[in-house]
Ligand binder design. Structure first.
Ligand code: RP5
Length: 202
């Protein structure tokens, strides 16, 4: 008898083929992931992945929120992107979308999915260093909003936190983890004050 793969049930229950992306949770990646994905983390190319891993990592390690990670290029394969975004698992509550250059992905998703909040992360890339992506995302015409974060690393981390805040609206456990995260940040300032005198003395 064939051994059942751990996590296979999550993928099967969601009717999610391997072409639909990779499940990520605190427990693991792919077949070892656990729990229904609450956040879609998508990007135009796997060259965006190192930046988006900052959002994925804060979601899984800081807040314990399972996510689905998916490449969707609206410049190279628009039809596949539309197909993926229109058929997301029903458990997805919020989308994080990253792109560089003429970054149309978050805006396109905001139009395709009237029901989901979209958070855009502009990637620092090419001649304009992310200013092009920032303006492409933030200057959405009325009616299809994209919540745009900062260019680069801070934007990716903040996208993870902002997505957690959206999920927390219906999940008190995530609200507590957000409070714990805020406490850690306060602790950093306290520690900096404790060592300040030594640093000034040199
Ligand atoms: C965008 O073009 C992608 O999101 C990426 O930021 C950029 C460059 O993609 P690659 O040429 O590295 O695949 O659509």
């Amino acid at each position: 008898m064939q051994q059942e793969q751990p996590g296979e049930n999550v993928r099967a229950a969601l009717n999610l083929g391997h072409e639909h992306g990779v499940l990520v949770s605190t427990e693991g990646v792919g077949d070892s992931a656990r729990g229904e994905p609450k956040v879609l983390v998508t990007m135009g190319s796997d060259s965006d992945l190192p930046l988006m891993m900052k959002a994925v990592d804060i979601l899984r390690y800081e807040f314990g929120i399972p996510c689905l990670v998916q490449i969707n290029s609206v410049h190279r394969d628009l039809r596949a992107a539309v197909q993926h975004i229109e058929n997301l698992p029903a458990s997805i509550q919020v989308v994080i979308a990253c792109a560089g250059g003429a970054a149309h992905l978050p805006g396109n998703i905001a139009d395709l999915r009237a029901d989901l909040p979209v958070i855009g992360v502009p990637r620092d890339l090419g001649a304009l260093k992310g200013i092009d992506a920032l303006l492409s995302m933030v200057q959405m015409p009325e009616g299809a909003p994209v919540a745009v974060m900062a260019i680069g690393d801070a934007g990716a981390v903040n996208a993870g936190i902002h997505a957690a805040k959206e999920v927390a609206i219906g999940d008190p456990a995530i609200r507590e983890r957000l409070q714990a995260y805020a406490e850690k940040r306060k602790g950093k300032v306290r520690r900096q004050n404790e060592t300040l005198e030594e640093k000034i003395k040199g």
